[in-house]
Design a protein around this ligand. Structure first.
Ligand SMILES: [Zn+2]
Length: 328
């Protein structure tokens, strides 16, 4: 009796064609309120609750991001469901801008502290706003969402955990200190690559041509630093960073940019998103960069309290962002 051997039945794990139509939830409200809720509920300092994602989970975050950017929301939703991520994907209409955004919001109470992510699929702006240290760098989360809405930026990334949520040090190369309050932990998304925040950053860089990531930080007042201190993540002053510096100056913001000679010490050389944007694609965790390629894909801004007290005080920085990175 002949045996029939059947070859070729392959079931793809993540088929690009869904058998069942997936409904994407719709909702409306104010993105500002979403950010407020996320920052009020962020994982607390020293709680050790930040969940370090696995390699596979980081890859899935990249798949989710790429799917969203290509408007394949059902694929993104399918991955979230299959991997049981504690997340809700919604098409969210913001009542102030009357625009529709894709919102990735972690369920409350937070279980992973992975962050809040917002995408505008209808904008032509290649600007991305990143807030790695909400609450700790006080008000940068609100300044950031205000900037996102006013500039018509492509995406907004908000960390879900206080930077010192976990006490374990990041494996990424950083300036080391004997003082545990100075070292960077695994929960500090600006200094750790095993975070959804960083995975999404990488995916955005890969999928958005000429993307410019602007990372908003807050610093204490120092005599040797201006109100706003910028860095490209290397000593290179790029065209984009110079344009933003000129726009900041034009809007009355006292500012400088790191060029290897400036005295303000907050130069972002160990920032892992900066390393990736500046071309260190294989190992931004352990390898720094010497230069930033033109026209410049990463800008880090440290801001003294005077620039982030309230809406009025952060508006000049937003005006500068609009001036440097107009929508069209
Ligand atoms: Zn910071």
């Amino acid at each position: 009796m002949k045996k029939v051997v059947l070859f070729g039945i392959i079931i793809a794990l993540f088929s690009t064609v869904s058998v069942f139509a997936i409904d994407i939830k719709k909702s409306s409200g104010n993105l500002f309120d979403k950010v407020k809720k996320a920052s009020e509920n962020q994982l607390k300092k020293d709680s050790n609750l930040f969940r370090i994602p696995t390699e596979g989970q980081l890859k899935a975050w990249q798949f989710i991001t790429e799917s969203i950017l290509n408007n394949r929301l059902d694929n993104a939703q399918q991955m979230i469901t299959q991997l049981s991520y504690p997340y809700e994907l919604t098409l969210f209409t913001d009542k102030t801008t009357k625009r529709e955004y894709v919102l990735l919001e972690e369920n409350y109470p937070l279980q992973a502290g992975w962050g809040l992510f917002i995408f505008d699929l209808n904008t032509k702006n290649n600007l991305v706003l990143e807030i790695p240290h909400p609450v700790f760098d006080s008000n940068t989360e609100f300044q950031g969402i205000d900037a996102f809405l006013q500039t018509g930026a492509k995406a907004y990334l908000l960390a879900g955990a206080h930077r010192r949520t976990n006490d374990q040090d990041t494996p990424c190369t950083q300036p080391k200190s004997n003082d545990p309050d100075v070292n960077y932990p695994v929960s500090d998304v600006a200094h750790a690559t095993a975070t959804p925040f960083h995975a999404i950053h990488e995916s955005l860089v890969k999928n958005i041509p000429n993307m410019v990531a602007v990372q908003l930080h807050g610093m204490g007042t120092r005599d040797i630093c201006p109100n706003a201190f910028m860095s490209t993540g290397s000593k290179t002053v790029t065209t984009n960073s110079k344009r933003l510096l000129d726009c900041l100056t034009k809007n009355g913001v006292e500012s400088e940019i790191y060029d290897g000679k400036t005295s303000c010490p907050l130069n972002a050389l160990s920032n892992v998103q900066g390393r990736f944007s500046n071309g260190e694609k294989s190992n931004p965790c352990e390898k720094g960069v010497k230069d930033s390629p033109e026209p410049g894909g990463f800008i880090h801004i440290e801001q003294e309290g005077v620039l982030r007290k309230d809406k009025k005080s952060w508006q000049p920085v937003i005006e500068a962002l609009k001036c440097a990175f107009p929508q069209n």
